[in-house]
Design a protein around this ligand. Structure first.
Ligand SMILES: Cc1ncc(COP(=O)(O)O)c(C=O)c1O
Length: 386
């Protein structure tokens, strides 16, 4: 791909010293580099309560367990998210209820979510889609008014803020992803942020339910340990943490570049028949993590999405679609019977959804090429298909 959809903000020069340390100390798995990476994350996220894990999916599983959710409990999930948000709830025996999205922010509509609350509802899992904050005071109020646990799937939202605070400040459990395409990547990895009095349990759940003493094994502690509850195998390794450490120092600068590129897209595409993601009214432009830049091509455009995709392929420019709505998947329909007709805002967004390349090393010239192609294809006029 000449202009790939995603490029990890990682170089061999920056990663090599950390990988060398991880290998030379002979340990490889959870050890000093994980500790150092966790400290860096804690500084960035402005909290001590960070538990590193092997993926965001693992963080979600652990959050559901640590929230004491029980089979049969209902949980509210947005329709426009990655399957992990739903599957972890299914595997935990929960009954998912899908909320439609807000037609401007493309995040979960709080009105839609509020309508799903009933006496069996126990939690909301909200997803700051593409890195866009939700109106967190309102979301927190909705959770508190109904005594619901608020879990955030922050896979896109490492840098996202709202009203001056990182998003985890408003939630009970916040699950981060360091998957290969994310703003900071460890290839595979994640982290869970929760209240201080929950971190020991979360840490135990991430490693077979082992007590703290077992964790100390890694730092030369006692051989004796207890299993305090049934847990997962979801610890992060020093090799992965080394990759993450190599990016921490550039995180703020990389975010600035993402903001800058997003602004350039917005300015250049503003007169075309495409919808772009709006921030909530109460959020500021820099509150968005700008993990993804998604557009929705309107039916007034000269070209439909298939035509645009064919042109991107021909020019070797990467693209993606975020997301295929959960209710579209055969397994999800079979299990829960969700019908597209109940999600009009998501349907409208998805009909023209396209994600454009956005990463710190995308050059102005590369972006200009993408913009020119879109300007050529997306002027007003009857949609043409390939
Ligand atoms: C919204 C969302 N949630 C969860 C995940 C899963 O993250 P991980 O691969 O770290 O488990 C992703 C990954 O792309 C995602 O986009």
């Amino acid at each position: 791909m000449r202009i790939p959809f995603s490029r990890a903000p990682l170089t061999w020069e920056k990663a090599a010293p950390y990988l060398q340390r991880a290998i030379d100390n002979g340990w490889l798995t959870t050890g000093p580099l994980v500790q150092e990476f966790t400290k860096g994350l804690a500084d960035f996220l402005d909290t001590e309560n960070v538990v590193p894990v092997s993926s965001c999916t693992a963080a979600l599983q652990i959050a559901l367990a640590a929230a004491d959710l029980k089979p049969g409990d209902e949980v509210i999930v947005p329709s426009n998210t990655f399957i992990a948000t739903l599957e972890t709830a299914e595997l935990h025996g929960l009954v998912p209820r899908l909320a439609d999205i807000d037609s401007a922010t493309w995040n979960m509509s709080l009105d839609s979510a509020a309508k799903l609350v009933n006496s069996r509802t126990r939690a909301i899992i909200a997803v700051p889609f593409a890195g866009n904050p939700l109106p967190m005071h309102d979301l927190r109020k909705l959770a508190d008014a109904n005594q619901l646990t608020l879990i955030l799937d922050c896979a896109h939202a490492l840098e996202t803020r709202f009203d001056g605070q990182p998003l985890h400040a408003y939630a009970d459990f916040s699950c981060y992803s360091f998957y290969a395409t994310k703003n900071l990547t460890t290839a595979e990895g994640g982290a869970l942020v929760c209240a201080a009095d929950k971190t020991e349990r979360v840490r135990a759940l991430s490693l077979h339910g082992m007590s703290r003493a077992a964790w100390n094994r890694y730092a030369g502690g006692s051989w004796r340990y207890d299993i305090i509850e049934t847990g997962y195998k979801a610890n992060l390794t020093d090799i992965h943490a080394g990759l993450g450490l190599a990016q921490l120092a550039d995180l703020r600068q990389n975010h600035q570049r993402r903001l800058e590129l997003a602004k350039r897209y917005e300015q250049a595409l503003g007169d075309l028949p495409v919808k772009m993601q709006q921030l909530p009214e109460t959020a500021g432009a820099t509150d968005h993590a700008r993990h993804l830049f998604c557009i929705s091509i309107s039916s007034e455009s000269k070209s439909d999405r298939d035509t645009v995709i064919a042109a991107f392929r021909e020019k070797s420019i990467g693209f993606s679609v975020h997301f295929i709505p959960l209710y579209e998947f055969s397994n999800v329909r079979k299990l829960h019977g969700f019908a597209a007709a109940n999600f009009p805002a998501n349907e409208e967004y998805f009909s023209g959804a396209l994600s454009l390349p956005l990463y710190p090393t995308l050059t102005d010239a590369e972006q200009d090429e993408i913009i020119s192609l879109l300007q050529e294809l997306l002027a007003y006029g009857a949609a043409a298909s390939v």
